[in-house]
Design a protein around this ligand. Structure first.
Ligand SMILES: [Zn+2]
Length: 122
């Protein structure tokens, strides 16, 4: 039953953010994006080598997940992942992010490996 506790906690957190911290979360997401560097392909990357993390109301998030869920009003379950359509895991551009499940994410990686990134899709 441990998994269920974790799932509830994640959704509870996002429900709280959307209900009570919406504007602060939005400002935080926008400032993360503004601090990034835009690349030739339109990605917005942070200057950190590892995936950018963000702390908000006492919890830690991957910055791209924080940005996607905040700006799109999404309450993700544990099974839902934020996908990078550009396949750049450091990218923070909300236009390059999409939601899917873990299987979608694996398929994205395989398609990218086979075909490369389709930038027309972005
Ligand atoms: Zn990107």
């Amino acid at each position: 039953m441990k998994d269920f506790v974790y799932l509830d906690r994640s959704m509870e957190l996002w429900t709280d953010i959307h209900a009570n911290h919406k504007e602060a979360a939005r400002q935080r997401a926008l400032s993360l994006i503004a601090a990034g560097t835009r690349t030739e392909t339109g990605c917005i990357v942070s200057n950190t080598e590892a995936i950018r993390k963000v702390r908000f109301i006492g919890a830690q998030f991957a910055a791209y997940r924080f940005i996607y869920c905040t700006l799109n009003d999404v309450t993700p379950s544990f099974e839902e992942v934020i996908r990078h359509r550009c396949h750049n895991r450091n990218c923070l551009n909300p236009d390059h992010l999409d939601i899917g499940n873990r299987a979608d994410n694996k398929r994205d990686d395989r398609e990218n490996w086979a075909n490369g990134v389709d930038f027309d899709f972005l």
